[in-house]
Design a protein around this ligand. Structure first.
Ligand code: R1P
Ligand code: URA
Length: 299
């Protein structure tokens, strides 16, 4: 349960200016954000910050850790899973941050390309895959698809280049892949995982993904929403046409072609190796204090 009274139903901020779900307020979260799904991953990444200034775990499972990295404020935010959580996180962070924002998602994925477990896939763009619920309801399936694809949205070029170059230096060029990422509304049906507990009509889904996107490299659950919200963020700060720039790097946890899953030790090692590369990209991308809230010292 939230502990502070919310004062508006339309823009639900608390009496102290905290957002309803993420529960941060101005001064507690930086313009540079590394976002992950898993709170434990957030803690591993936060180990690389030089100093921790703020930490809060919200009643809805968002964990925000803000600290200093190479002299600049950076936040690490764990959001859980799925496109709604990404939507809560991006919108509520935007409410309490002044100035432009750079967000890098550092997630996990299933590889549908040459990348194997422990490799990293950098998103050049992300498209959406959603279950077409009506298909499963309608008797007449003629001409209907069980899954809806939403068109790709590009990652921010500059931020992505910084992430990719740093990752190549950290883990070696041969372990970094790039391509289109499919963000699905389920880990199961809409990522083409097969089973007989439910009727998912998804045996041809991965073939369709490759047919429609020849650069399709990974499947996961949030990047399309992140890139979409960045693309529609209003450019109210300075010259930038958008107020949010976004990129995404994903560690391969599941190799969908080779049917292998990463072990806990390897995933921790890869996250540790890659974390610094992603943090570096954030401070390289926004190297000055311009437009930043005074997180340092104020929280
Ligand atoms: C599924 O296991 C989760 O892992 C991926 C998916 O997008 C989904 O959120 O990302 P994270 O590891 O960042 O959570
Ligand atoms: N996350 C996903 O969403 N899918 C995978 O296969 C692995 C991690």
């Amino acid at each position: 349960m939230p502990t502070e009274q919310i004062i508006s139903a339309n823009k639900p901020l608390s009496v102290n200016g905290r957002t309803y779900h993420v529960e941060t307020r101005w001064g507690e979260v930086s313009n540079r954000i590394l976002t992950v799904g898993d709170p434990q991953r957030a803690r591993v990444v936060a180990e690389f910050l030089d100093k921790i200034l703020f930490e809060h775990s919200s009643h809805r499972g968002f964990l925000t850790i803000t600290g200093m990295y190479k002299g600049l404020p950076v936040s690490v935010v764990a959001i859980g899973m799925g496109l709604s959580m990404m939507d809560f996180f991006v919108r509520e962070s935007r409410m309490v941050i002044k100035g432009p924002m750079s967000i890098v998602r550092f997630g996990s994925c299933g590889s549908i390309c040459q990348a194997s477990i422990g490799d990293i896939i950098v998103a050049k763009r992300a498209f959406g895959i959603g279950r077409n619920f009506d298909y499963f309801d309608d008797q007449d399936k003629q001409g209907k698809e069980p899954y809806i694809f939403w068109k790709p949205v590009d990652a921010d070029e500059k931020l992505t280049a910084a992430v990719e170059n740093n990752l190549k230096k950290a883990v070696g060029t041969g372990h970094v892949f790039e391509g289109a990422v499919g963000s699905a509304d389920s880990f199961y049906g809409s990522q083409g995982r097969l089973g007989d507990d439910f009727y998912d009509a998804n045996d041809c889904l991965l073939d369709r993904v490759h047919r429609e996107y020849d650069d399709a490299a990974a499947l996961e659950m949030e990047s399309h929403m992140l890139f979409h919200l960045a693309s529609v963020s209003s450019g109210k700060f300075g010259q930038d046409p958008k107020s949010i720039r976004a990129a995404c790097a994903l560690v391969v946890f599941a190799d969908r072609t080779g049917n292998r899953f990463i072990d806990p030790e390897m995933s921790k090692r890869m996250i540790e190796i890659a974390a610094r590369a992603v943090l570096d990209a954030l401070v390289q991308d926004m190297p000055s204090q311009d437009g930043l809230h005074p997180a340092a010292g104020s929280v």
